[in-house]
Design a protein around this ligand. Structure first.
Ligand SMILES: C[S@@+](CC[C@H](N)C(=O)[O-])C[C@H]1O[C@@H](n2cnc3c(N)ncnc32)[C@H](O)[C@@H]1O
Length: 163
């Protein structure tokens, strides 16, 4: 929220998946604007965790796990608010892109696999979802993946802000 750089210092800034964790994201964006040179650009992006979908047979369980995870972080739906925040900071121009990350299998090293295990760990630690439900959810996705019936997607919202 207070960058240790002079005004008009940078041609380009990249800020990905950070704003959810700061107290005042608009202040961070205005700091990025301050340290950008005139004509400089900031690429700012954030996932919106409410857009996450995993193919499973038990849809009620899948929704409960996803929504609980989304609501457990400081602001799981910040992705959809990013454009509005950047508009308010007063850049000369704000372009907007939605990037959808997809996986067609549930395997180690895929984003869906890694985030599902992270979600399991987090939700169990916070006692928000029963361990048995999370394990059954993961086993089901492995099974669907082995039958080539698995699909995953999540949206990332990106703004390109020009000073
Ligand atoms: C989800 S990670 C994203 C890391 C990386 N930018 C990426 O896209 O892979 C969130 C990052 O925000 C950083 N972060 C959280 N609060 C911060 C703060 N107040 N100031 C600077 N960085 C912060 C953390 O150190 C962490 O690296």
């Amino acid at each position: 929220m207070a960058l240790l750089y002079d005004d008009n210092s940078f041609d380009k800034i990249i800020c990905l998946e950070v704003l959810e964790w700061v107290e005042d994201p608009k202040k961070v964006i205005s700091e990025m604007k301050r340290v950008l040179k005139p004509g400089g650009k900031a690429l700012i992006g954030h996932t919106d965790f409410d857009t996450q979908i995993f193919t499973t047979k038990n849809l009620a369980r899948e929704r409960r796990i996803n929504q609980t995870f989304c609501d457990l972080g400081p602001d799981g739906t910040i992705g959809r608010k990013l454009k509005g925040m950047c508009n308010k900071v007063g850049f000369k121009k704000v372009d907007y892109i939605v990037y959808t990350l997809t996986n067609e299998s549930f395997e180690e090293n895929n984003y869906s696999y890694r985030i599902a295990y992270m979600m399991k760990e987090w939700l169990v630690k916070e006692s928000e979802v029963y361990l048995e439900d999370l394990e059954a959810w993961i086993e089901e996705m492995k099974d669907l993946s082995s039958k080539e019936e698995f699909y995953y997607s999540i949206n990332r919202y990106l703004t390109i802000c020009e000073k």
